[in-house]
Design a protein around this ligand. Structure first.
Ligand code: PGA
Length: 260
């Protein structure tokens, strides 16, 4: 269709609080040895190491001319100031970071991040010329209580409230059911596909159909080389946010190469 943005597959490795900067250098190099030019044609590959490894990984990416995008796992929405321990959008943008994960459930649950804070972060990311990956997802209790859809829709609406349609169209939304993260238990691909469809419809209804065509919807939660194909087969799933399996270059490369 004319004017509809192309949604290239996006696979993001969220390294969480793992890897010193020396280990990170090894990981990115090993990953690069396992991928070929045609993989990057098919899939946009992003790695999100901890803050302390960003500079080292950026240097390897630039020196070796690797095709990886660089992601950060969090940020503060202010540009600078008295915010001890925080990292600003401009600091990340200057390091050639192009994606920033915001509102990961580990931050919502463990560090008190609200939808309002996530919305401010998402906007700050876009304003600095980077692309947010906004995470949403229900707890097991909410799923078992039949509330999953309502919870996810309300998170989507509130977390994206400050993004303009254009920025939203080049963002990603990661659907990560909390009970599937790091547990080895995944959502059924059908359920993930259905929820991705609901998320896209919500963006279409609340923002614009253009934004809904462009936004990439990722599934996250115990994704591995054996199950990635089943998720990617769903028409509204455009990629994956991968935690544990992204720490092993062999596994992560196999996930990126799901299409082979
Ligand atoms: P997991 O983590 O792949 O280890 O379940 C996913 C995530 O938290 O982004």
């Amino acid at each position: 269709m004319v004017g509809v943005p192309d949604r290239k597959s996006l696979i993001v490795g969220n390294w969480k609080m793992n890897a010193t900067h020396l280990e990170a250098i090894q990981m990115i190099q090993k990953l690069s040895y396992r991928l070929e030019a045609k993989d990057y044609d098919r899939v946009e590959v992003v790695v999100a190491p901890p803050f302390t490894s960003l500079r080292s990984v950026q240097t390897v990416i630039e020196a070796d001319r690797l095709w990886f995008g660089l992601g950060a796992q969090n940020l503060h929405w202010e540009e600078s100031g008295a915010f001890t321990g925080e990292i600003s959008p401009v600091m990340l943008a200057k390091l050639s970071v192009d994606h920033v994960i915001v509102g990961h459930s580990e931050r919502r649950q463990g560090f008190g991040e609200t939808d309002e804070m996530v919305a401010k972060k998402a906007r700050a990311v876009a304003n600095a010329g980077m692309r947010p990956i906004v995470c949403v997802g229900e707890t097991l209790e909410q799923r078992e209580g039949g509330e999953a859809e309502q919870v996810v829709v309300s998170q989507v609406v509130a977390s994206l409230a400050r993004l303009d349609p254009e920025a939203l169209g080049s963002s990603a939304i990661a659907y990560e059911p909390i009970w599937a993260i790091g547990t080895g238990r995944t959502a059924l691909p059908d359920d993930a596909g259905t929820m991705a469809g609901i998320i896209r419809e919500t963006v279409s209804n609340k923002v614009s159909s253009y934004a809904s065509e462009g936004v990439r919807i990722l599934y996250g939660g115990s994704v591995n080389a054996a199950n990635i194909k089943d998720f990617m087969a769903k028409s509204d799933v455009d990629g994956a946010l991968v935690g544990g399996a992204s720490l092993d270059p062999d596994s992560f490369a196999a996930i990126v190469r799901y299409w082979v």
